[in-house]
Ligand binder design. Structure first.
Ligand code: PRP
Length: 220
């Protein structure tokens, strides 16, 4: 507890999945206390006491959540800080403060499809994606009318099965596109993971947040 009786620790939401390993490596490189064992564990909440918190010098509580939920916890104040991909931030447009580009989880959000872009056969081409708002904004900005088909994974299937002419999806190594005979037409945005903060936490926990950010900034 702090002098005010309020918990003066930091709660940080980490994204489960692909980027978690890189995020933990970065936290360790920054000398921020992370328990060594939790990569394989199923625990969703991991406490690190003040003594073990390393560079931050305040109790830490790490939360493991689905990447797409990270900005929701942080906007609400359920967590002070979060690590999440720019793709999710672009899509959700939550009211959170972006503190730092962490440089991890590098990939791009791209438009892809089968071979050359198809000559228009329908009045409105269909675009399948996990990023419906970003895709709608992108095509609207260039005055192209498209029908957005929101899917939740394996987006590359859509053009193969004739569900959509194009997709908007994450490309990392490009292997998924290649192995399914798809081509990347254009990059909408380069993506990396960001450190984000709750707006009130920035003021109320300025010291601890500042130390957390500085420790990471020194290693990115
Ligand atoms: C992501 C993305 C692509 C793939 C790209 O999917 O949606 O499918 O990775 O990576 P690559 O360029 O290295 O092949 P993910 O595996 O996260 O799951 P999803 O298909 O369920 O979205």
């Amino acid at each position: 507890m702090g002098a005010s009786g309020r918990w003066d620790g930091l709660r940080i939401v980490l994204p489960k999945g692909r980027v978690l390993g890189e995020a933990l490596q970065l936290l360790r490189a920054a000398r921020i206390g992370v328990p060594p064992e939790e990569e394989d564990s199923r625990r969703l909440i991991i406490d690190v006491g003040r003594e073990a918190s390393g560079a931050v010098g305040a109790p830490l509580q790490f939360i493991l959540a689905k990447p797409v939920d990270v900005p929701i916890y942080v906007e609400d104040g359920a967590a002070d800080l979060g690590i999440v991909g720019k793709d999710v931030l672009l899509e959700l447009e939550r009211d959170v403060y972006e503190l730092l580009d962490l440089g991890i989880g590098a990939c791009r959000l791209s438009v892809a499809g089968l071979g050359a872009p198809l000559p228009p056969t329908r009045s409105m081409p269909r675009v399948a994606t996990k990023y419906p708002r970003t895709a709608r904004r992108f095509f609207a900005a260039r005055g192209e009318q498209v029908e957005i088909i929101a899917l939740s994974g394996s987006i590359e299937l859509a053009p193969l099965l004739g569900l959509a002419e194009r997709i908007v999806d994450i490309v990392s190594t490009g292997r998924t596109l290649r192995e399914n005979g798809l081509r990347e037409f254009e990059v909408i945005a380069p993506i990396t993971s960001r450190l984000i903060a709750n707006r009130a936490s920035l003021r109320l926990k300025a010291d601890a947040v500042g130390r957390f950010q500085a420790a990471l900034a020194a290693v990115v």
